[in-house]
Design a protein around this ligand. Structure first.
Ligand SMILES: [Zn+2]
Length: 548
Protein backbone atom coordinates (compact mmCIF):
# COMPACT_ATOMS: atom_id res chain seq x y z
CA UNK A 1 0.00 0.00 0.00
CA UNK A 2 0.95 3.60 -0.22
CA UNK A 3 1.78 5.22 3.00
CA UNK A 4 0.38 8.42 4.33
CA UNK A 5 2.73 11.34 3.70
CA UNK A 6 4.30 12.42 6.95
CA UNK A 7 5.33 15.89 7.78
CA UNK A 8 9.05 16.05 7.05
CA UNK A 9 9.38 18.81 9.57
CA UNK A 10 8.03 16.77 12.45
CA UNK A 11 10.28 13.86 11.62
CA UNK A 12 13.35 16.03 11.30
CA UNK A 13 12.68 17.73 14.58
CA UNK A 14 12.18 14.40 16.31
CA UNK A 15 15.31 12.96 14.84
CA UNK A 16 17.57 15.99 14.84
CA UNK A 17 21.15 14.80 15.39
CA UNK A 18 22.03 15.08 19.03
CA UNK A 19 18.43 15.54 20.06
CA UNK A 20 18.46 11.99 21.34
CA UNK A 21 21.21 10.08 23.00
CA UNK A 22 22.15 7.50 20.37
CA UNK A 23 20.92 3.97 20.97
CA UNK A 24 18.52 5.30 23.50
CA UNK A 25 15.14 4.79 22.00
CA UNK A 26 12.59 7.53 22.44
CA UNK A 27 9.78 6.53 24.79
CA UNK A 28 8.26 3.41 23.35
CA UNK A 29 4.61 3.50 22.48
CA UNK A 30 2.88 0.42 23.77
CA UNK A 31 0.46 -0.97 21.21
CA UNK A 32 -3.18 -0.78 22.24
CA UNK A 33 -4.70 -4.02 23.53
CA UNK A 34 -6.35 -5.87 20.65
CA UNK A 35 -10.10 -5.50 20.45
CA UNK A 36 -12.45 -8.42 19.90
CA UNK A 37 -12.79 -7.23 16.29
CA UNK A 38 -8.99 -7.32 15.87
CA UNK A 39 -8.81 -10.85 17.25
CA UNK A 40 -11.64 -12.04 15.00
CA UNK A 41 -9.94 -10.44 12.03
CA UNK A 42 -6.31 -11.15 12.88
CA UNK A 43 -6.25 -14.59 14.44
CA UNK A 44 -5.74 -17.61 12.21
CA UNK A 45 -8.47 -19.34 14.18
CA UNK A 46 -9.12 -23.08 14.13
CA UNK A 47 -12.14 -22.37 11.91
CA UNK A 48 -9.83 -20.74 9.40
CA UNK A 49 -7.01 -23.25 9.78
CA UNK A 50 -9.31 -26.22 9.17
CA UNK A 51 -9.59 -25.39 5.46
CA UNK A 52 -7.48 -24.35 2.50
CA UNK A 53 -8.92 -21.92 -0.04
CA UNK A 54 -9.03 -23.08 -3.66
CA UNK A 55 -10.98 -20.45 -5.56
CA UNK A 56 -13.42 -17.57 -5.39
CA UNK A 57 -16.02 -16.77 -8.01
CA UNK A 58 -17.35 -13.35 -7.09
CA UNK A 59 -20.38 -12.18 -9.03
CA UNK A 60 -21.63 -8.72 -8.13
CA UNK A 61 -23.88 -5.98 -9.37
CA UNK A 62 -23.06 -2.35 -8.59
CA UNK A 63 -25.83 0.26 -8.60
CA UNK A 64 -24.14 3.69 -8.57
CA UNK A 65 -27.39 5.62 -8.12
CA UNK A 66 -28.45 3.70 -5.02
CA UNK A 67 -24.84 3.16 -3.89
CA UNK A 68 -25.81 -0.44 -3.45
CA UNK A 69 -24.17 -3.75 -4.29
CA UNK A 70 -25.53 -7.29 -4.36
CA UNK A 71 -24.23 -10.63 -5.44
CA UNK A 72 -22.61 -13.83 -4.36
CA UNK A 73 -19.20 -15.34 -3.83
CA UNK A 74 -18.80 -19.03 -4.62
CA UNK A 75 -16.03 -20.18 -2.30
CA UNK A 76 -14.26 -23.46 -3.02
CA UNK A 77 -12.03 -24.92 -0.33
CA UNK A 78 -10.48 -28.14 0.79
CA UNK A 79 -11.04 -29.36 4.33
CA UNK A 80 -7.81 -30.04 6.22
CA UNK A 81 -9.64 -31.88 9.02
CA UNK A 82 -13.13 -33.16 9.77
CA UNK A 83 -15.17 -30.23 11.02
CA UNK A 84 -18.62 -28.68 11.03
CA UNK A 85 -17.79 -24.96 11.04
CA UNK A 86 -15.65 -22.46 9.11
CA UNK A 87 -15.00 -18.76 9.61
CA UNK A 88 -15.60 -16.25 6.83
CA UNK A 89 -15.77 -12.48 7.05
CA UNK A 90 -18.16 -9.77 5.94
CA UNK A 91 -18.57 -6.29 7.41
CA UNK A 92 -21.50 -6.13 9.80
CA UNK A 93 -23.26 -3.38 7.80
CA UNK A 94 -23.66 -5.72 4.82
CA UNK A 95 -26.50 -8.21 4.77
CA UNK A 96 -26.03 -11.96 4.54
CA UNK A 97 -28.88 -13.00 2.23
CA UNK A 98 -28.22 -16.74 2.37
CA UNK A 99 -25.38 -19.24 2.37
CA UNK A 100 -25.87 -22.41 0.34
CA UNK A 101 -24.12 -25.77 0.19
CA UNK A 102 -25.67 -27.17 -2.97
CA UNK A 103 -29.41 -26.75 -2.39
CA UNK A 104 -29.03 -26.71 1.40
CA UNK A 105 -29.28 -23.37 3.18
CA UNK A 106 -26.64 -23.25 5.88
CA UNK A 107 -26.94 -21.80 9.35
CA UNK A 108 -24.51 -19.10 10.37
CA UNK A 109 -23.66 -16.85 13.30
CA UNK A 110 -22.33 -13.33 12.93
CA UNK A 111 -20.03 -11.62 15.40
CA UNK A 112 -18.82 -8.17 14.33
CA UNK A 113 -17.07 -8.75 10.99
CA UNK A 114 -16.92 -12.55 11.29
CA UNK A 115 -19.43 -14.99 9.85
CA UNK A 116 -19.27 -18.50 11.31
CA UNK A 117 -20.82 -20.94 8.87
CA UNK A 118 -22.16 -24.24 10.25
CA UNK A 119 -22.64 -27.44 8.29
CA UNK A 120 -25.35 -29.96 9.13
CA UNK A 121 -22.84 -32.83 9.10
CA UNK A 122 -19.04 -32.86 9.46
CA UNK A 123 -17.15 -32.01 6.29
CA UNK A 124 -14.52 -34.69 5.81
CA UNK A 125 -10.80 -34.07 5.76
CA UNK A 126 -9.49 -33.69 2.19
CA UNK A 127 -12.99 -33.22 0.78
CA UNK A 128 -13.46 -30.32 -1.63
CA UNK A 129 -16.40 -28.09 -0.81
CA UNK A 130 -18.13 -25.25 -2.55
CA UNK A 131 -20.52 -22.82 -0.91
CA UNK A 132 -22.41 -19.85 -2.30
CA UNK A 133 -22.41 -16.79 -0.09
CA UNK A 134 -25.16 -14.37 -1.15
CA UNK A 135 -25.03 -10.84 0.22
CA UNK A 136 -26.10 -7.25 -0.40
CA UNK A 137 -26.01 -3.76 1.04
CA UNK A 138 -24.37 -0.35 0.90
CA UNK A 139 -20.64 -0.79 1.40
CA UNK A 140 -18.74 1.73 3.48
CA UNK A 141 -16.38 4.34 2.19
CA UNK A 142 -13.70 4.06 4.85
CA UNK A 143 -9.98 3.81 5.54
CA UNK A 144 -7.04 5.58 3.99
CA UNK A 145 -7.79 4.53 0.42
CA UNK A 146 -11.56 4.62 0.42
CA UNK A 147 -12.70 1.05 1.09
CA UNK A 148 -15.54 1.04 -1.40
CA UNK A 149 -16.11 4.53 -2.74
CA UNK A 150 -18.82 5.89 -4.98
CA UNK A 151 -17.20 9.05 -6.28
CA UNK A 152 -17.57 11.34 -9.28
CA UNK A 153 -14.73 12.27 -11.59
CA UNK A 154 -13.97 15.98 -12.22
CA UNK A 155 -16.42 15.95 -15.15
CA UNK A 156 -19.18 14.71 -12.82
CA UNK A 157 -19.35 11.12 -14.11
CA UNK A 158 -19.48 8.07 -11.84
CA UNK A 159 -16.07 6.89 -10.66
CA UNK A 160 -16.33 3.91 -8.33
CA UNK A 161 -13.26 2.26 -6.86
CA UNK A 162 -12.28 -0.21 -4.17
CA UNK A 163 -9.07 -0.08 -2.14
CA UNK A 164 -9.29 -1.92 1.13
CA UNK A 165 -5.85 -2.93 2.37
CA UNK A 166 -5.90 -2.74 6.16
CA UNK A 167 -9.65 -2.20 6.30
CA UNK A 168 -10.12 -5.65 4.77
CA UNK A 169 -11.71 -6.94 1.60
CA UNK A 170 -14.71 -7.98 3.70
CA UNK A 171 -15.68 -4.28 3.61
CA UNK A 172 -17.28 -5.09 0.25
CA UNK A 173 -17.34 -8.85 -0.36
CA UNK A 174 -17.48 -12.05 1.71
CA UNK A 175 -14.21 -13.96 1.94
CA UNK A 176 -11.74 -15.54 4.35
CA UNK A 177 -10.24 -12.20 5.26
CA UNK A 178 -6.64 -12.87 6.29
CA UNK A 179 -3.27 -13.06 4.55
CA UNK A 180 -2.03 -16.57 5.23
CA UNK A 181 -4.28 -18.44 2.81
CA UNK A 182 -4.92 -17.38 -0.78
CA UNK A 183 -7.11 -18.86 -3.46
CA UNK A 184 -5.26 -20.44 -6.39
CA UNK A 185 -7.30 -18.44 -8.88
CA UNK A 186 -10.42 -16.35 -9.09
CA UNK A 187 -13.26 -15.25 -11.34
CA UNK A 188 -14.81 -11.83 -10.99
CA UNK A 189 -18.09 -10.82 -12.68
CA UNK A 190 -19.09 -7.19 -12.36
CA UNK A 191 -22.43 -5.89 -13.63
CA UNK A 192 -22.54 -2.10 -14.02
CA UNK A 193 -24.57 0.46 -15.99
CA UNK A 194 -23.62 0.02 -19.62
CA UNK A 195 -22.17 3.53 -20.05
CA UNK A 196 -19.40 2.64 -17.58
CA UNK A 197 -16.32 0.39 -17.86
CA UNK A 198 -14.94 -1.91 -15.17
CA UNK A 199 -11.22 -2.62 -15.04
CA UNK A 200 -10.30 -5.35 -12.58
CA UNK A 201 -7.55 -7.90 -11.98
CA UNK A 202 -6.60 -10.56 -14.48
CA UNK A 203 -7.84 -10.90 -18.05
CA UNK A 204 -11.13 -9.68 -19.43
CA UNK A 205 -12.68 -12.89 -20.74
CA UNK A 206 -16.21 -11.71 -21.43
CA UNK A 207 -18.45 -8.67 -21.71
CA UNK A 208 -22.18 -9.26 -21.87
CA UNK A 209 -25.01 -6.79 -22.36
CA UNK A 210 -27.58 -7.91 -19.81
CA UNK A 211 -30.41 -6.15 -21.64
CA UNK A 212 -31.55 -4.14 -18.62
CA UNK A 213 -29.19 -1.19 -19.03
CA UNK A 214 -26.38 -3.13 -17.35
CA UNK A 215 -23.30 -4.81 -18.81
CA UNK A 216 -21.37 -7.57 -17.11
CA UNK A 217 -17.56 -7.69 -17.23
CA UNK A 218 -16.00 -11.11 -16.60
CA UNK A 219 -12.42 -11.20 -15.35
CA UNK A 220 -10.26 -14.30 -14.89
CA UNK A 221 -7.35 -14.19 -12.44
CA UNK A 222 -5.06 -17.14 -13.06
CA UNK A 223 -2.73 -16.77 -10.06
CA UNK A 224 -3.07 -16.79 -6.28
CA UNK A 225 -4.25 -13.36 -5.11
CA UNK A 226 -4.54 -11.52 -1.77
CA UNK A 227 -8.11 -10.62 -0.85
CA UNK A 228 -7.23 -6.92 -0.56
CA UNK A 229 -5.79 -6.88 -4.08
CA UNK A 230 -9.14 -7.75 -5.64
CA UNK A 231 -10.35 -4.49 -7.09
CA UNK A 232 -13.10 -2.76 -9.01
CA UNK A 233 -12.31 0.36 -11.02
CA UNK A 234 -15.49 1.60 -12.61
CA UNK A 235 -15.56 4.78 -14.63
CA UNK A 236 -15.35 6.40 -18.04
CA UNK A 237 -11.94 5.06 -18.92
CA UNK A 238 -9.83 5.60 -22.01
CA UNK A 239 -7.45 2.79 -22.84
CA UNK A 240 -4.08 2.47 -24.56
CA UNK A 241 -1.63 -0.39 -24.58
CA UNK A 242 1.94 -1.46 -25.12
CA UNK A 243 3.98 -4.65 -24.94
CA UNK A 244 7.21 -5.66 -23.29
CA UNK A 245 8.22 -8.84 -25.09
CA UNK A 246 5.11 -10.97 -24.68
CA UNK A 247 3.93 -9.14 -21.55
CA UNK A 248 0.84 -7.08 -22.30
CA UNK A 249 0.71 -3.64 -20.72
CA UNK A 250 -2.65 -1.89 -20.57
CA UNK A 251 -3.23 1.63 -19.37
CA UNK A 252 -6.51 3.26 -18.32
CA UNK A 253 -7.17 6.91 -17.53
CA UNK A 254 -9.93 9.49 -17.69
CA UNK A 255 -10.38 10.83 -21.24
CA UNK A 256 -9.16 14.30 -20.26
CA UNK A 257 -5.84 12.86 -19.02
CA UNK A 258 -4.95 10.76 -22.04
CA UNK A 259 -1.93 12.78 -23.17
CA UNK A 260 -0.58 13.17 -19.63
CA UNK A 261 -1.04 9.45 -19.02
CA UNK A 262 0.73 8.49 -22.24
CA UNK A 263 3.67 10.61 -21.16
CA UNK A 264 3.81 9.56 -17.50
CA UNK A 265 2.95 5.87 -17.87
CA UNK A 266 5.90 5.48 -20.26
CA UNK A 267 7.92 4.96 -17.06
CA UNK A 268 6.29 1.58 -16.53
CA UNK A 269 8.19 -0.28 -19.23
CA UNK A 270 11.79 0.53 -18.21
CA UNK A 271 10.75 -0.02 -14.58
CA UNK A 272 9.47 -3.53 -15.31
CA UNK A 273 12.66 -4.22 -17.26
CA UNK A 274 14.72 -3.12 -14.25
CA UNK A 275 12.70 -5.20 -11.78
CA UNK A 276 12.87 -8.22 -14.08
CA UNK A 277 16.63 -7.83 -14.30
CA UNK A 278 17.13 -7.54 -10.55
CA UNK A 279 14.38 -9.78 -9.15
CA UNK A 280 13.03 -12.06 -11.85
CA UNK A 281 10.24 -12.24 -14.37
CA UNK A 282 7.11 -10.14 -13.86
CA UNK A 283 5.08 -12.48 -11.64
CA UNK A 284 1.65 -12.23 -13.28
CA UNK A 285 2.45 -12.48 -16.96
CA UNK A 286 -0.61 -14.53 -17.92
CA UNK A 287 -2.78 -11.79 -16.41
CA UNK A 288 -0.72 -8.94 -17.88
CA UNK A 289 0.23 -5.60 -16.33
CA UNK A 290 -2.28 -2.78 -16.00
CA UNK A 291 -2.00 0.74 -14.66
CA UNK A 292 -5.32 2.41 -13.87
CA UNK A 293 -6.07 5.98 -12.87
CA UNK A 294 -8.02 6.32 -9.59
CA UNK A 295 -9.01 9.19 -7.27
CA UNK A 296 -6.72 8.08 -4.36
CA UNK A 297 -2.90 7.92 -4.35
CA UNK A 298 -2.48 4.33 -5.47
CA UNK A 299 -2.49 0.66 -4.53
CA UNK A 300 -0.71 -2.50 -5.58
CA UNK A 301 -3.82 -4.30 -6.86
CA UNK A 302 -2.40 -7.40 -8.50
CA UNK A 303 -2.01 -7.08 -12.29
CA UNK A 304 -4.19 -3.95 -12.00
CA UNK A 305 -2.00 -1.40 -10.21
CA UNK A 306 -3.91 1.77 -9.42
CA UNK A 307 -2.53 5.25 -9.78
CA UNK A 308 -3.49 8.69 -8.48
CA UNK A 309 -0.22 10.62 -8.38
CA UNK A 310 -1.24 13.62 -10.55
CA UNK A 311 0.79 12.42 -13.58
CA UNK A 312 3.87 14.03 -12.05
CA UNK A 313 7.19 12.81 -10.72
CA UNK A 314 7.87 12.57 -6.98
CA UNK A 315 5.04 11.75 -4.59
CA UNK A 316 2.04 14.07 -4.88
CA UNK A 317 4.39 16.50 -6.65
CA UNK A 318 6.88 16.59 -3.76
CA UNK A 319 10.48 15.44 -3.49
CA UNK A 320 9.49 12.47 -1.33
CA UNK A 321 12.83 11.61 0.29
CA UNK A 322 13.97 15.24 0.14
CA UNK A 323 17.41 14.64 -1.34
CA UNK A 324 16.85 15.57 -4.98
CA UNK A 325 16.32 12.07 -6.36
CA UNK A 326 12.57 11.49 -6.02
CA UNK A 327 11.65 14.04 -8.69
CA UNK A 328 13.43 11.94 -11.31
CA UNK A 329 10.59 9.37 -11.33
CA UNK A 330 6.96 8.77 -10.50
CA UNK A 331 6.97 7.41 -7.00
CA UNK A 332 3.56 5.72 -7.18
CA UNK A 333 4.22 3.88 -10.44
CA UNK A 334 7.48 2.51 -9.05
CA UNK A 335 6.41 1.72 -5.47
CA UNK A 336 3.04 0.15 -6.25
CA UNK A 337 4.40 -1.87 -9.17
CA UNK A 338 7.31 -3.11 -7.01
CA UNK A 339 4.62 -4.76 -4.90
CA UNK A 340 3.88 -7.13 -7.77
CA UNK A 341 7.12 -8.86 -6.72
CA UNK A 342 7.10 -7.94 -3.01
CA UNK A 343 3.58 -8.03 -1.60
CA UNK A 344 1.59 -9.83 -4.28
CA UNK A 345 3.98 -12.58 -5.33
CA UNK A 346 5.81 -12.80 -1.98
CA UNK A 347 3.29 -11.98 0.75
CA UNK A 348 3.63 -11.64 4.50
CA UNK A 349 1.39 -14.28 6.10
CA UNK A 350 0.41 -12.00 8.95
CA UNK A 351 0.30 -8.21 8.96
CA UNK A 352 2.72 -8.23 11.93
CA UNK A 353 5.38 -9.12 9.30
CA UNK A 354 4.20 -6.63 6.72
CA UNK A 355 7.75 -5.28 6.28
CA UNK A 356 8.10 -8.32 3.99
CA UNK A 357 5.83 -6.33 1.68
CA UNK A 358 6.50 -2.70 2.51
CA UNK A 359 10.18 -2.76 3.53
CA UNK A 360 11.03 -4.78 0.46
CA UNK A 361 8.90 -2.65 -1.89
CA UNK A 362 10.58 0.47 -0.49
CA UNK A 363 13.98 -1.14 -0.97
CA UNK A 364 12.92 -2.05 -4.52
CA UNK A 365 12.53 1.71 -5.14
CA UNK A 366 16.23 2.02 -4.26
CA UNK A 367 17.07 -0.83 -6.63
CA UNK A 368 15.12 0.97 -9.35
CA UNK A 369 17.01 4.21 -8.65
CA UNK A 370 20.32 2.35 -8.84
CA UNK A 371 19.33 0.68 -12.12
CA UNK A 372 18.15 3.92 -13.72
CA UNK A 373 20.32 6.64 -12.18
CA UNK A 374 23.31 4.91 -10.58
CA UNK A 375 24.58 3.76 -7.22
CA UNK A 376 25.34 7.22 -5.86
CA UNK A 377 21.75 8.35 -6.32
CA UNK A 378 20.49 5.09 -4.83
CA UNK A 379 22.56 5.60 -1.70
CA UNK A 380 21.39 9.20 -1.40
CA UNK A 381 17.81 8.09 -1.94
CA UNK A 382 17.77 5.37 0.71
CA UNK A 383 19.48 7.62 3.25
CA UNK A 384 16.85 10.27 2.53
CA UNK A 385 14.44 7.92 4.27
CA UNK A 386 16.25 8.38 7.62
CA UNK A 387 14.30 11.57 8.26
CA UNK A 388 11.07 9.56 8.26
CA UNK A 389 12.11 6.84 10.71
CA UNK A 390 10.93 7.18 14.31
CA UNK A 391 12.37 4.10 16.04
CA UNK A 392 9.61 4.18 18.65
CA UNK A 393 8.46 0.61 18.34
CA UNK A 394 9.72 -2.52 16.62
CA UNK A 395 8.82 -2.99 12.97
CA UNK A 396 7.37 -6.41 13.72
CA UNK A 397 4.20 -6.27 15.80
CA UNK A 398 2.24 -8.90 17.72
CA UNK A 399 1.16 -11.75 15.50
CA UNK A 400 -2.47 -12.74 15.01
CA UNK A 401 -4.18 -9.62 16.39
CA UNK A 402 -4.52 -7.51 13.25
CA UNK A 403 -1.87 -5.05 14.41
CA UNK A 404 -0.51 -2.98 11.54
CA UNK A 405 3.16 -2.04 12.01
CA UNK A 406 4.23 1.58 12.17
CA UNK A 407 5.47 3.35 9.06
CA UNK A 408 9.03 2.42 10.08
CA UNK A 409 8.27 -0.82 8.25
CA UNK A 410 8.78 1.12 5.00
CA UNK A 411 11.70 3.43 5.69
CA UNK A 412 13.62 1.52 8.33
CA UNK A 413 12.83 -1.66 6.42
CA UNK A 414 14.62 -0.26 3.35
CA UNK A 415 17.49 1.15 5.43
CA UNK A 416 17.86 -2.24 7.09
CA UNK A 417 18.11 -4.01 3.73
CA UNK A 418 20.70 -1.45 2.63
CA UNK A 419 22.58 -2.27 5.85
CA UNK A 420 22.31 -5.99 5.12
CA UNK A 421 23.82 -5.33 1.70
CA UNK A 422 26.77 -3.63 3.41
CA UNK A 423 27.13 -6.59 5.75
CA UNK A 424 27.38 -8.82 2.66
CA UNK A 425 29.82 -6.21 1.27
CA UNK A 426 29.86 -7.59 -2.26
CA UNK A 427 27.56 -6.04 -4.86
CA UNK A 428 27.57 -9.03 -7.20
CA UNK A 429 26.76 -11.36 -4.32
CA UNK A 430 24.03 -9.05 -3.07
CA UNK A 431 22.37 -9.07 -6.50
CA UNK A 432 22.53 -12.86 -6.56
CA UNK A 433 20.92 -12.93 -3.13
CA UNK A 434 18.11 -10.60 -4.21
CA UNK A 435 17.30 -12.84 -7.15
CA UNK A 436 17.62 -16.02 -5.12
CA UNK A 437 15.41 -14.58 -2.37
CA UNK A 438 12.69 -13.68 -4.83
CA UNK A 439 13.01 -17.01 -6.58
CA UNK A 440 12.80 -18.98 -3.35
CA UNK A 441 9.66 -17.29 -2.05
CA UNK A 442 7.72 -16.18 -5.15
CA UNK A 443 3.99 -16.97 -5.01
CA UNK A 444 4.35 -17.82 -1.32
CA UNK A 445 3.10 -16.40 1.97
CA UNK A 446 5.93 -16.19 4.45
CA UNK A 447 7.00 -14.85 7.84
CA UNK A 448 10.18 -13.09 8.94
CA UNK A 449 11.56 -16.42 10.21
CA UNK A 450 11.63 -17.63 6.59
CA UNK A 451 13.54 -14.53 5.48
CA UNK A 452 16.10 -14.88 8.27
CA UNK A 453 16.60 -18.60 7.64
CA UNK A 454 17.15 -17.91 3.94
CA UNK A 455 19.88 -15.31 4.51
CA UNK A 456 21.56 -17.39 7.23
CA UNK A 457 21.61 -20.44 5.01
CA UNK A 458 22.79 -18.57 1.90
CA UNK A 459 25.57 -16.67 3.65
CA UNK A 460 26.60 -19.36 6.13
CA UNK A 461 26.49 -16.64 8.81
CA UNK A 462 24.33 -16.17 11.86
CA UNK A 463 22.55 -12.96 10.89
CA UNK A 464 19.68 -13.57 13.31
CA UNK A 465 20.90 -11.02 15.91
CA UNK A 466 21.10 -8.35 13.19
CA UNK A 467 17.58 -9.08 11.94
CA UNK A 468 16.33 -9.16 15.53
CA UNK A 469 17.86 -5.81 16.47
CA UNK A 470 16.50 -4.00 13.41
CA UNK A 471 13.11 -5.66 13.20
CA UNK A 472 12.21 -6.80 16.71
CA UNK A 473 13.60 -3.89 18.71
CA UNK A 474 12.78 -0.20 18.50
CA UNK A 475 16.30 1.22 18.63
CA UNK A 476 19.02 0.87 16.03
CA UNK A 477 22.48 -0.28 17.15
CA UNK A 478 25.00 2.38 18.19
CA UNK A 479 28.73 2.07 17.67
CA UNK A 480 30.36 3.30 20.85
CA UNK A 481 33.87 4.68 20.33
CA UNK A 482 36.44 5.61 22.99
CA UNK A 483 39.51 7.38 21.74
CA UNK A 484 42.87 7.04 23.45
CA UNK A 485 44.80 9.57 21.38
CA UNK A 486 47.90 9.30 23.57
CA UNK A 487 48.55 5.82 22.24
CA UNK A 488 46.78 6.27 18.88
CA UNK A 489 44.01 3.80 19.50
CA UNK A 490 40.25 3.64 19.63
CA UNK A 491 38.13 1.13 21.51
CA UNK A 492 34.78 0.14 20.08
CA UNK A 493 31.73 -1.97 20.77
CA UNK A 494 28.08 -2.15 19.80
CA UNK A 495 25.46 -0.86 22.14
CA UNK A 496 22.42 -2.90 21.23
CA UNK A 497 19.45 -4.58 22.86
CA UNK A 498 20.32 -7.99 21.45
CA UNK A 499 22.96 -9.52 23.70
CA UNK A 500 25.02 -11.26 21.02
CA UNK A 501 24.63 -8.50 18.44
CA UNK A 502 27.66 -8.49 16.13
CA UNK A 503 27.92 -6.68 12.81
CA UNK A 504 30.86 -5.58 10.67
CA UNK A 505 31.07 -1.87 9.95
CA UNK A 506 33.39 0.43 8.01
CA UNK A 507 35.21 3.14 9.94
CA UNK A 508 38.11 5.58 9.72
CA UNK A 509 38.49 7.67 6.58
CA UNK A 510 35.88 7.69 3.83
CA UNK A 511 38.51 7.42 1.11
CA UNK A 512 40.00 4.36 2.74
CA UNK A 513 37.45 2.61 4.95
CA UNK A 514 38.65 0.04 7.42
CA UNK A 515 36.35 -2.92 8.07
CA UNK A 516 36.03 -3.82 11.74
CA UNK A 517 34.02 -6.60 13.41
CA UNK A 518 32.56 -5.10 16.58
CA UNK A 519 30.57 -7.14 19.06
CA UNK A 520 29.00 -6.00 22.32
CA UNK A 521 32.41 -6.51 24.01
CA UNK A 522 35.13 -3.86 23.84
CA UNK A 523 37.84 -4.29 21.22
CA UNK A 524 40.70 -1.93 20.35
CA UNK A 525 42.06 -0.69 17.07
CA UNK A 526 45.26 1.24 16.32
CA UNK A 527 44.52 4.29 14.21
CA UNK A 528 46.22 7.45 13.08
CA UNK A 529 42.89 9.12 12.43
CA UNK A 530 42.08 11.75 15.03
CA UNK A 531 38.80 11.63 16.92
CA UNK A 532 37.34 14.59 15.02
CA UNK A 533 38.22 13.04 11.64
CA UNK A 534 37.22 9.49 12.52
CA UNK A 535 34.12 8.58 10.57
CA UNK A 536 31.68 5.67 10.52
CA UNK A 537 30.03 4.69 7.21
CA UNK A 538 26.54 5.57 8.40
CA UNK A 539 25.28 5.80 4.82
CA UNK A 540 26.10 2.12 4.29
CA UNK A 541 25.00 0.94 7.74
CA UNK A 542 21.99 2.42 9.48
CA UNK A 543 23.61 2.90 12.90
CA UNK A 544 24.13 5.56 15.52
CA UNK A 545 27.60 6.60 16.65
CA UNK A 546 28.66 7.57 20.19
CA UNK A 547 32.09 9.19 20.34
CA UNK A 548 33.77 9.42 23.73
ZN1 LIG B 1 3.48 -0.17 -0.35
Amino acid sequence: MRLKPLSHLICLVLLAPGALAPAQAPPQQAPPAPSRADILRGEYSSWRANNDLLSYDLDIRVDPEKKFISGKNTIRFKMLKDDTRIQLDLFANLNVDKILLGPTELKYTRELGAVFVDFPAPLKKNSIQSIEFHYSGSPRETGRFGGFSFRKDPAGRHWITTACQGVGASVWWPNKDQQQDEVENMRLHVAIPSALTDVSNGRLVGKTDLGDGYTRYDWAISYPINNYCVSLNIGHYEHFSDKLGDLTMDFYCLPENLEKARRQFAQAKPMIEAFQKYFGEYPFKRDGYKLIEVPYSGMEHQSAVTYGNHFANGYLERDWTGVGVSLKFDFIIIHESAHEWFGNSITGSDISDMWIQEGWATYAECVYVEAMFGKEDALKYVNGYKSKVRNRQPIITTRGVNQTPSQDQYFKGALFLNTLRSVIDNDARWRQLLRAYYDRFKYRNILTEDVVAFFNQQTGKNLTPIFDQYLRRAAIPALELRFQESDGSVSYRWKADIKDFAMPVKVGRRADWRLIQPTTEWKTLKTEVKKEDFEVATDLYYVDVIKN
